[in-house]
Design a protein around this ligand. Sequence first.
Ligand code: NDP
Ligand code: 2IT
Length: 445
Amino acid sequence: MNLEKIMSDLEKKHPGEVEYLQAVREVLESIEEVYNENPQFESAGILERIVEPDRVLTFKVPWVDDNNKVHVNIGYRVQFNGAIGPYKGGLRFHPSVNLSILKFLGFEQIFKNSLTTLPMGGGKGGSDFDPKGKSNGEIMRFCQAFMLELWKIIGPETDVPAGDIGVGGREIGYMYGMYKKLASEHTGVLTGKGRNWGGSILRPEATGFGAVYFAQEMLGTKGLDFKGKTVAISGFGNVAWGAVTKVNELGGKVVTISGPDGYIYDPDGISGRKIDYMLELRASNQDIVKPYSYEFPNAQFHQGKRPWEVKCDVAMPCATQNELGFEDAKKLVENGVMCVAEGANMPSTPEAINLFIEKKVMFAPGKAVNAGGVATSGLEMTQNTMKLSWQAEEVDIRLHQIMKDIHAQCEKHGKQADGYINYVKGANIAGFLKVASAMLDQGVV
Ligand code: NDP
Ligand code: 2IT
């Protein structure tokens, strides 16, 4: 593999798409060795084919606000790779959304979905729509206008979107309603549905729960667990909420959450009613965490800062991409962090990851750690196909087992001679091998 040549060709074709190029480089660096050991990959052009999306749909989303003003947003769906199953991946509504971000997320999703052991290809979509401060009616009209275009290319056996930043149960409901009306069918075309109309009971918690199950496996390799551990978490959205809940259940103490305005340090631990309060904060649609410090006076708000300066045993970035840089990683290492598990997608920069690996801190990437969300989406698809609804315990047992299996795959492909597990390498190699072998079986298509 001529990595630098592939990267420079890609850069020429996709100038300025920094997040996408960052995600591709990480995977290529990890798989270089196995790729070179298997010349059949090279002769089938696996790399050249896997780094380009199968197709990208871009569309206009016009909608009318409460004051009758017309707005136009851009909608996207990136169908990246369908070798092992229908395209599957979330929809992100955030003003920062662009093609580079959706291509990085869609590319990551290929390997993440492969790791889940379920038959799902990789995709991602979304819009630069900003849900912040919008009324319920505006959110509904936007979701309907978005689906008016998207429905043409999705389907339960073709492409199955779900939530991501800015898209939760409410948005999935509005989009599903419009799809059902247009397609005249009630099928599992989206996941994250309400539990009364085909949704999986544990889907809202699944990403955070799964992330903590994965971190538990990481700690387990050293004979440790969450009991008595201090945990720093970023974000206060869907993933952070599930993670905070599960860490508490397992006996750990979560001392931080964060928003774009700064972070909260709560030395007493974020538990009980405080976790419910996180949901209330989110529901306020303002996306700021500062009010937590008024509600719980022992907690301190640190304006414009990130939680990584706090002393902790375990760090779980659960907000967004590139939110943990080299300086943050340095502080975490200086403060004795033992385990970093990414709940978000690509939250650590390459420089931060390299430092963790160099210092032999246990570090695992989002595509392994947060795969419980899409895995539970896969279980929702299975239930929809069977027209059955499983109890929470059944879903939780399966989710937990899938996270253990993903950990075992990472260990198998990432364990070094000195015993250190390079989860980045392990996750990328395991995820890649399955997709690449499916692509070989199916010919050049
Ligand atoms: P949510 O929308 O529920 O929460 C994300 C929140 O984090 C937003 O309110 C956003 O605020 C805030 N945020 C954005 N940037 C930062 C930042 N730099 N520091 C702190 N907070 C920030 O999203 P999710 O919880 O669903 O997603 C979080 C991450 O997890 C994303 O990377 C997503 O891709 C990933 N993920 C989500 C899954 C899911 O099932 N939902 C599954 C797997 C991964 P603002 O809008 O103001 O920027
Ligand atoms: O990044 C992700 O894995 C998600 N946002 C969830 C995707 C899904 O299809 O459930």
